[in-house]
Ligand binder design. Structure first.
Ligand SMILES: [Fe+2]
Length: 341
């Protein structure tokens, strides 16, 4: 079965079966209906539902339209570079791989010199790192699509930044990617209420826990979620982690390094660069229904860390993150190699 590809407005060689090679839809997918608006079956970034696809495959006389947002060459390059890091056997090879991955990342997400989408970055992480159990992923998706998509994006941004900060061990980076996805995993369909989703965003904007507008039961669910997420991840996800002590990062993901965070109210001197990357990005990235768009990766990280509204960008952890980003991504070390060099 072929589908219409809007990019070239013609029959594409794209097969529906290709969609199933990814956990997340890499574009918008519609069924066309006579004299009626197209019916959107999947939005870009949605978790692909196997049962839904069985029905689509059987609908032989339907016309589908697929609008891909991703850039296959950029994805292919990213997967190859990360795989090269995984196969590296010496520190010298790892350092070389680090620079090449950061160049690949920076040319889109920092420098904005090439065009790619957030879904390209996410798909590369899915293919290179993800070892999650399908049911675990489905449960999180069913809890909140907003929270799920945010976690996917957060983990796809944190991992290259941890590489930028100097960690080059592939297994460790894999653990960081999984751990970052899991920071809010204690929320589920039973306990993730509308008010708790609102509280997530209010707290991100520095609202004190006492003013989050939660009643006692919800307040407990919210304030205990770093500990509960750590415990849930320790039980359900430890089997595919190389070093489950990395999961302890979950405990501190709402600290703010000024002493205003929680639960431990830790200060800057107590926070490692690794924790600071997670804490800062978790504070900058808003809790909102995100629509993924073609080319939305261009300059994304630079814009996110320099102009996002509703968060104090001059706060200590974010200033520290900005220092790291500028020192690495504006460095001459990441300038493309001259031909023949
Ligand atoms: Fe959280």
């Amino acid at each position: 079965m072929t589908v219409l590809d809007k990019k070239n407005n013609s029959q594409s060689s794209f097969k529906i079966a290709d969609l199933e090679k990814s956990l997340l839809a890499l574009g918008d997918f519609f069924v066309e209906r006579k004299a009626m608006p197209n019916l959107k079956l999947l939005k870009a970034g949605d978790l692909i539902d196997a049962l839904q696809f069985d029905k689509i495959k059987k609908a032989k006389h339907s016309h589908f339209r697929y609008i891909p947002l991703t850039h296959p060459e950029y994805i292919e390059e990213g997967i190859a570079l990360w795989k090269a890091l995984e196969m590296s056997e010496s520190e010298e090879e790892r350092k070389k791989s680090r620079v090449e991955i950061l160049r690949w990342f920076s040319k889109v997400f920092w420098q904005g010199k090439e065009r790619a989408s957030l879904l390209d970055l996410i798909h590369v992480h899915e293919k290179v790192f993800w070892r999650f159990d399908r049911r675990f992923i489905e449960n999180y998706w069913n809890c909140s699509t907003m929270l799920f998509k945010r976690s996917v994006l957060l983990s796809s941004l944190v991992t290259p930044l941890v590489l930028a900060s100097g960690y080059t061990d592939f297994k460790f980076l894999s653990d960081v990617c999984h751990t970052t996805f899991l920071i809010d995993c204690s929320f589920d369909q039973e306990n993730f209420s509308y008010l708790i989703s609102q509280a997530c965003e209010k707290e991100r904007q520095d609202t004190p826990p006492a003013k989050l507008g939660l009643v006692d039961g919800e307040k407990h669910i919210y304030l205990s979620h770093p500990q509960l997420s750590f415990e849930k991840a320790s039980v359900q996800c430890a089997q595919f982690l190389n070093d489950k002590t990395v999961l302890s990062l979950i405990l501190n993901h709402h600290e703010k390094t000024t002493g205003a965070g929680w639960p431990k109210k830790i200060t800057e001197a107590e926070v490692s660069d690794l924790e600071n990357i997670m804490i800062s990005l978790n504070q900058i990235l808003s809790y909102e229904e995100r629509d993924f768009l073609e080319g939305d990766g261009v300059g994304f990280l630079k814009d996110l860390t320099s102009s996002e509204s509703n968060v104090e960008l001059s706060s200590l952890p974010i200033r520290r993150l900005q220092g790291l980003l500028h020192s690495v991504f504006d460095s001459e070390d990441l300038e493309p190699m001259a031909k023949g060099a």
